[in-house]
Design a protein around this ligand. Sequence first.
Ligand SMILES: [Ca+2]
Ligand SMILES: [Ca+2]
Length: 240
Amino acid sequence: MRVALMPDSVPLSGPRLIEWLCARIEPFGLFTGNLMTGLSDLSPHPPRSCRFRERTTMATATARAITAKLDLMFDAIDTDRDGHVDWSDHQRLIDRYLNTYKVGKDDRRAHALVVAYQMYWIELLRHAGGGSRLDREQYRRANRALSLDTSRFNMVEGIPHAVFDIMDTDGDDSIGQAEFRRYLQVWGVSDRYAINMFGQLDIDGAGVVSRREFVHAAREFFYSSDPCAPGSMLFGRLGI
Ligand SMILES: [Ca+2]
Ligand SMILES: [Ca+2]
């Protein structure tokens, strides 16, 4: 029996059909719309070996991957280990950026970083429904909601650009290996997968990470269902 309106090359059933369908859905991830377009502009097809590690739906895989990534970020930012993220955690992060990259508090780039994180924090609290701190589940939900809501602040653009300006200490509008190592130091990331990410973030092989490649990695972190995508491992390998 043949299915009408489908080209002869389409497998009709079984694992090959699932793979054929998913290979065409994957570039769009779970979500559609212009938020996702940035994910496919540099590397539309993640490595085949990284796909479909488990037999599950794409929606489930995406939700699981993003939750795992947000948990890693929660653990990295909750440096006082009180089980909540609040503004003081972000203030310490900002201070680590400025100290590690030796940027003065009165520097224009420092002001931009503070404003970006203040906007991010205000928007997280708005999506959480108020309060002054977020537990792990509230942090997950608020980040998910904010990553899709650019009405007041586009966090996947605003923070990466402000951070990039801090990281680019020699002002050549790109991130070299030494500049990237300081980034991992700021976040306290020692996972070897994250350390080795530099080469994969450098998509065009220029030997440096461009601004566009860095923002692309941030998009992968918040949107990609692929746990092996370079942006997905900015805070280490996902335990999923
Ligand atoms: Ca905390
Ligand atoms: Ca640089």
